[in-house]
Design a protein around this ligand. Structure first.
Ligand SMILES: Nc1ncnc2c1ncn2[C@@H]1O[C@H](COP(=O)(O)OP(=O)(O)OP(=O)(O)O)[C@@H](O)[C@H]1O
Ligand SMILES: [Mg+2]
Length: 240
């Protein structure tokens, strides 16, 4: 089994403001791994540190055995990593098609057309909206577009930050299922989710972050059923 990502003792933050304090996580080929944790604990910062957006201080980030610690975002994309941000993940003033084109600026016309077609295959809802401005999309459609955009670079490893936040339960389900189906395309998934139960139900493993550190990790099923974890990190059992 190939280890896609191995993060060890990662420290990071924003300039001199440290947020991440020695995080160890790994993701193997074909896995779906979910990170959960309370608001403000550093989940987004962790993903951004991996992807070269927040400030990397120390520790190691290995991608398929290669040291990618501190690399620039464009270099990581060239290695096959893509990222769907939590906010501002589409250009509202551009159409759906233009948003997808922006995801593949450096590609030849032919390759770009093929990648756009393949991205749209996943989300038939977007097909009917190709010429509409992203600003006019519903929250769920916007997330679909953000994911489609990330796929234009033909990634093998996808980082997603709360793709179902603020969506209706129907959209939440649809988005998580679509993400899960990316595994059939050979894409390994690392996701941060506030809708922890929904995401963990599709996951192989999970990590819980609190105050910039991993406080628990294990089999997703175990996290879902451990009463102590449930009480603190999964919220009420009533809502699913
Ligand atoms: N650009 C920034 N500059 C300085 N501090 C920041 C910046 N962005 C976030 N922070 C701080 O970093 C800490 C962790 O934020 P982060 O966004 O990583 O949390 P999170 O776990 O993703 O939260 P949420 O569940 O609300 O998305 C917070 O205290 C936040 O205020
Ligand atoms: Mg966040």
């Amino acid at each position: 089994m190939t280890r896609v990502l191995e993060v060890s003792a990662l420290e990071g933050g924003y300039g001199s403001v440290q947020i991440i304090y020695g995080i160890d996580i790994h993701v193997d080929e074909g896995e779906f791994v979910t990170i959960i944790g309370p608001n403000g604990c550093g989940k987004s910062t962790f993903i951004k540190t991996i992807f070269g957006i927040a400030t990397y201080y120390s520790g190691s980030i290995l991608y398929r055995g290669m040291d990618v610690s501190g690399l620039r975002t464009d270099q990581l994309v060239n290695h096959g990593i893509a990222y769907v941000p939590q906010v501002d993940n589409v250009f509202p003033s551009l159409s759906v098609l233009e948003n997808l084109q922006m995801g593949g600026n450096s590609l030849s016309q032919g390759v770009l057309a093929e990648r756009m077609e393949r991205s749209l295959e996943m989300f038939p809802d977007l097909r009917n909206r190709e010429y509409d401005l992203a600003a006019s999309l519903s929250g769920g459609e916007r997330q679909m577009l953000a994911i489609s955009r990330a796929l234009i670079s033909d990634p093998k490893f996808l980082l997603l930050d709360e793709p179902t936040a603020a969506l209706s339960p129907l959209y939440q389900q649809q988005i998580i299922e679509s993400i899960d189906s990316l595994r059939d395309r050979g894409i390994t998934i690392l996701i941060v989710e506030q809708n922890a139960r929904l995401s963990l139900a599709r996951s192989d493993r999970g990590y819980i972050i609190s105050n910039g550190k991993v406080v628990h990790s294990g089999d997703a099923q175990h996290i879902l059923t451990d009463p102590e974890i449930g009480e603190y990190f999964l919220g009420s059992t009533e809502d699913h």
